[in-house]
Design a protein around this ligand. Sequence first.
Ligand code: BDP
Length: 716
Amino acid sequence: MKRFKILFLFIVIFSALPVLAEDGYDLWLRYKPLEDVRIQRSMAKKFGSITVTGESETANVIKQELEHALGEMLSTNISISDTWNRQALLIGTPETSSEINSLGLNEKLNSLAKDAYTIKNSRIGNRNVIVIASNTDVGALYGTFHFIRLIQTLQNISDLDIVESPKHMHRVLNHWDNLDRTVERGYAGFSIWDWHKLPRYIYPQYHDYARANASVGINGTVLTNVNANALVLTDEYIDKAAALADLFRPYGIKVYLTARFSAPIEIGGLETADPLNSEVKEFWKEIANNIYKKIPDFGGFVVKADSEGQPGPHNYNRTHGEGANMLAEALEPHGGIVMWRAFVYSHEVPVDRALQAYNEFVPLDGTFKDNVLIQVKNGPIDFQPREPYHPMFGAMPNTPLMMEFQITQEYFGHAIHLTYLAPLYKETLDTDTHVQGEGSYVSKVLDGTLHNYPTTAISGVANIGTDRNWTGHLFGQSNWFAYGRLAWDHTLSAELIADEWVRMTFSNKPAVIEPIVEMMMESREIGVNYRTPIGLHHIMAASHHYGPGPWVSGRRPDWTSVYYHNASEEGVGFDRSESGSNSVGQYPEPLRSIYNSVEDVPEKFLLWFHHLPWNHEMKSGRTLWNEMVHKYYTGAESVTWMQEKWNSVEPYIDAQRFKHVKQLLEMQRQDAIWWRNSCVLYFQQFSKMPIPDGFEKPENDLEYYENKQLRFVPGI
Ligand code: BDP
């Protein structure tokens, strides 16, 4: 009797607690019962009993995910059998299922990339069956997540003939996480990797992290910061990394580490890290052997060398080729790769920073070992809200280049501003480099079709941390999701991905989808307009990079704002035309001529490539000054429009997530005005022109904004 009383008390207490389920933890894998009960029932009848073949750990993951997803969405218990007994859903490979083997899919699957899959309405005997098949267990897992997505987003599943094949071999997240759990440019709490407790303690989040990544096809994770600590290569830390690798393996995710170039000195007791020194070579071979003993499928190294104070081959008068090849040699026998970053520039080099990586790397084309990829940021400076594509793409036909996008919003309002980044990613991917005639898109450089790269890869700097909702801002999740979806298939549109994400994260109701997707699709341009319109760039506050700082000067020039905007009474903008730094010369024709011409260059890049007088006439008929003011004001004003869109969904979504986004949007509105006022007042000193009629005057003077200091901003 007493037992029952306690149980009763428990039930009363727990049912009175607020439901914590809608705090964003579930990400897009939020499996709520389908709203239409009739559909729910008929699906439950169909998929209440299903078949997942195979004995592997990955097959178990598939089973668990389906049990969870279908169980919740269809409000029923799912029974799963290992062999097909006329169920309406059959999952496996030609090896694990004789029925799948008999469908004649092998040839098709063999012609596709690794982990490709098909989802097909088929007939086996006299039964209608949805078959999810791949040549690999991991492919079957990807297909499973796809199938779950179809149900979550209420797609018609009566006539499926889906064939999916990943466009890049390595689809990687780069964590800029330090061993002390701080995260460089991380705005969602601390690092999810608790190195102190690893390998003995495994957080449940690690599984959910792996599920989320596998659900969009991400198959690699670089655990540590590019500004690397050599300690991670010691036995103690390799054991910790191995625990994560073991956990991620069933989800098809490989682990990578960042390699500090001076590690031979720091942890190897050597006096040099010269890549041509035989002891140094030996050191790296031993490190690699050691890692592969514990992590047999270790992915390889990411390296930031000779950049922003990091050690590198230049310390020994060696080239990046010599540095990268030395590491590649150590990994080669084990099948590992080196992702060597091209983010290399120096203030001691008197050349425009935008030109330096190209100058450094393009002459080395063809000299890298086969297992080296050069990892290039999307634009030639540094993850700015808008940059033209990096001219290295297309310029190295004999060296696989891979993309580095930034998912964390270093220059885009951290985890405070709502910015959907897929339009930015797509703008770069869809740029036509023309290197092999029309249609030579950046995406085709990356996926290998243009230069026949033997290895292909793409990476994104993660925005994930210990915050309960993973990314700080709920909408940061959409950028993780979108990055993964595009890493799998760069042909998807930003809008389609947003639509999927909103349905999976919030609801299938048009009253929810339409305003949110609209808001997301505009958010990037809005963010550009109130920060860096018309090709302005790198005018943010020093160090934390959050707010405006067009006045930043007095430090190494390439880390100031005045270096990039060049504002004076004569005009504004960085002259990169043939008569300036000639960065246009790094672009192939016809882009070179287009970017070089004040008339032809797209206005979004105008001040990136040209220095122009304040009264320069824009396509709108406005002067450059008036256009700039116009952009700053409409940008800031548009955040109010975003707020209205968001407010309209209040009746349809849970209060907790609604309020979270609402508060952040209000912060964004205020910060957008802060950006606008600071930049307009700052540039006005040079233009000496009035703020056109109709725009409210900034409430404070320039001095006020220049003196505004933020303290303890995360991520530095
Ligand atoms: C810059 C960041 C810096 C990174 C660097 C990099 O400000 O924290 O270390 O990029 O990519 O954007 O190496």
